[in-house]
Design a protein around this ligand. Structure first.
Ligand code: ADP
Ligand code: MG
Ligand code: MG
Length: 627
């Protein structure tokens, strides 16, 4: 999450009436940026990662681990150095030189850390990534109390279950109206609670998240969650769970915080020019699902073991602001489109690039897009594929409008464009250069689950960067699959142990004939290679062999590659598998899918010990690798 605007967010009814205006200005802003930056060339291959952490308070006496509301307090302290050096920079022109930058996230217990400045394009810089991630952990840790820990895992096992928050608060606040999550878990910046409230109001009900429960030996069949107040009308007006929002055999969640309260690892990559950014966007989108399955770290939601290992669909449902008409449940009378997906999801359309590899049949989803915007963009000389992409993003309403920021000069601001862009949360994001800035065209790779340790986060980041560099260095590499297959892949990638058991649609390297370019491959086949596909690791190695890399750097990179290989071939466990195993082997576990407070405490302590390197976990990291 980037820097936040300050101001007064408009309530939904007012924001709604301004949606058209914001979109119009957003498009003008896009056109200004396009005209001034479309010819940028030779931008450096800068890149950076974002890691999200949750602050947890341990109560050793009562054996409880609770999410700590002090996350926000720590964040404020963490940002002091940046604010000071920014002030100094404004006065003297001296460039701030910081080890890390700290950003807010949806949860008040969350902290996001990025490197102090983007990494440069050299391969030797890749050797410094892990050390920077370690520094970030040290910097946060230096501000923590003795009983506090930070964890980087996808989903917090007990979020919304029992006594999970420090200090405790009651659920059913005015913004989320959740049966389980108090509004106090939301970051106090007004943007976040307004997002939660406006999504709920726009869709005319609370969000409905149902993740399949993991049926263990003693889990009732069907599983009907006893912690949902079905019969008692606890909260006036909340009949949704009882009336079918909560599905049997599922873990039901009813607030944005269940999704945006998850943590992830994201990587932003600058490309030399817009065309190369389009290539990265398309090609990286197709590997999102398989990479997510390798990184799975979310096996538990609201105190229950789930039958999934990943958080992605939880977030998709948690921010699904589509109205009943847009969801196709009522005929269109006041809304403009029936929309097939949440604004959080896989991309619906490729951008194409001048590598000549794109074919119209890859964009096989009947695309929902704003036809007026599309025609307007074509008139302004935007090519068809880019115009469709933008016209598709712009089917959405702006969710949070700050009153003070309504009036913008479209030739120097990107605020209205970014309002729509930044709430289209997709597996890859095509980032425009900010107006009047040295920053170029970038692509953000967004499907990865965050890893427990800095070693693993560095390995996933470095591997992704090298894959992107290889894609730019070898323009013949073609990973296109139809976008509808990407959706299927993403569904499959969620499944428990998908990394071992699932097959993913993938582009064959050597099709038997032109028609037959698709294969269904395991993660191992995609990553390590097989008869149908050369393999992502061999592609990365080919790239490394084509450039000169210092021996020490190459050894470190080879070790990351070995780790990725191990995840794909099943010799190393995902954090999700590790956590599930831990729960199922805990003496207090009753094989009923319930992750009790006591188990949650022991799990949090164990995860922290791994993350800090006090507990070696060769089954997760590989022999000889420390956190
Ligand atoms: P978001 O869009 O997720 O809010 P930001 O725009 O704040 O993210 O970007 C965050 C990431 O982008 C960080 O990892 C940062 O290091 C990286 N980054 C910053 N500048 C560049 C650049 N010019 N090229 C590539 N990555 C960059
Ligand atoms: Mg973030
Ligand atoms: Mg991001």
């Amino acid at each position: 999450m980037g820097l936040l605007s300050l101001g007064t967010p408009l309530p939904w009814e007012q924001a709604k009436s301004l949606a058209h205006e914001v979109r119009q200005h957003g498009i003008e802003q896009f056109l200004h940026i396009w005209r001034s930056t479309k010819d940028r060339q030779k931008d450096r291959l800068l890149w950076g990662d974002e890691i999200e952490y949750m602050l947890i308070s341990l109560d050793h006496e009562n054996r409880r681990a609770r999410l700590s509301q002090r996350g926000h307090e720590l964040l404020t302290a963490l940002q002091i150095e940046e604010n000071e050096s920014q002030k100094l920079a404004n006065q003297t022109g001296a460039k701030p030189n910081l080890e890390a930058l700290w950003r807010p996230e949806f949860g008040r217990y969350m902290i996001e850390g990025t490197p102090g400045h983007p990494y440069n394009s050299t391969v030797s810089e890749l050797a410094s990534v892990e050390a920077n991630m370690k520094r970030r952990r040290e910097i946060v840790s230096s501000l923590m109390k003795e009983n506090e820990i930070i964890l980087s895992v996808g989903s917090y096992p007990q979020l919304g279950s029992g006594d999970f928050l420090e200090p405790p608060h009651k659920a059913n606040g005015q913004f989320s109206q959740s049966l389980f999550l108090p509004d106090e878990v939301i970051n106090p910046h007004p943007r976040f609670r307004t997002l939660a409230a406006n999504i709920r109001q726009r869709r005319e009900s609370k969000v409905r998240i149902n993740m399949p429960v993991f049926h263990d030996l003693n889990t009732p069949q069907p599983f009907v969650d006893p912690t949902i107040p079905y019969d008692r009308n606890l909260f006036a007006g909340d009949k949704e769970a009882k009336e079918g929002a909560a599905l049997p055999d599922h873990i039901y969640m009813d607030a944005m915080g269940f999704g945006m309260g998850c943590c992830c690892l994201q990587i932003t990559l600058q490309a030399p020019n817009v065309d190369q950014a389009r290539r990265l966007y398309d090609q990286l989108a197709t590997v999102g699902a398989v990479m997510m399955s390798l990184s799975a770290s979310s096996p538990i939601f609201r105190g229950y073991l789930a039958d999934v290992d990943c958080r992605w669909n939880v977030i998709a449902a948690a921010v699904d602001d589509r109205t009943p008409e847009e969801r196709g449940e009522r005929p269109l009378t006041k809304d403009r489109f029936v929309i097939n997906k949440s604004r959080y999801g896989t991309i619906d359309t490729f951008l194409g690039a001048d590598d000549g590899l794109f074919k119209p049949e890859y964009n096989d989803l009947p695309l929902v897009y704003d036809h007026d915007i599309y025609k307007y963009l074509l008139d302004k000389d935007i090519d068809e594929l880019l115009a469709k992409h933008i016209a598709h993003l712009f089917i959405r309403d702006p969710l949070v409008i700050f009153e003070e920021l309504l009036d913008q000069d479209d030739s120097i601001s990107a605020d209205h464009f970014e309002n729509i862009q930044s709430t289209n949360w997709q597996n890859v994001r095509f980032k425009l250069p900010p107006p009047n800035s040295p920053i170029g065209w970038r692509v953000e790779f967004r499907p990865l689950e965050v890893q427990l340790t800095d070693f693993e986060n560095a390995a996933f980041s470095v591997f992704t960067v090298l894959l992107a560099r290889a894609l730019l260095a070898f323009p013949d590499i073609n990973l296109y699959i139809p976008v509808t297959k990407m959706d299927i892949n993403m569904e499959r990638a969620h499944h428990r142990d998908a990394v071992l058991d699932e097959r993913f649609f993938f582009h064959r390297s050597c099709p038997a004939d032109n028609q037959n370019y698709l294969a269904e491959l395991t993660a191992n086949e995609i990553i390590n290679g097989c008869a149908d596909f050369v393999g992502l690791i061999p592609i990365v190695q080919m790239y490394l062999d084509s450039i000169s890399v210092a021996d020490t750097v190459r050894r470190q990179i080879d070790n990351y590659i070995l780790f990725i290989r191990g995840r794909a071939n099943g010799t190393l466990m995902t954090a999700a598998a590790w956590m599930r195993n831990f729960v199922r082997n805990h003496p207090a576990y009753k094989f009923d899918s319930v992750v009790s407070s006591e188990i949650n405490y022991d799990l949090a302590v164990a995860l922290d010990e791994i993350a800090c390197g006090r507990l070696s976990a060769p089954e997760l990291l590989g022999a000889g690798n420390a956190a």
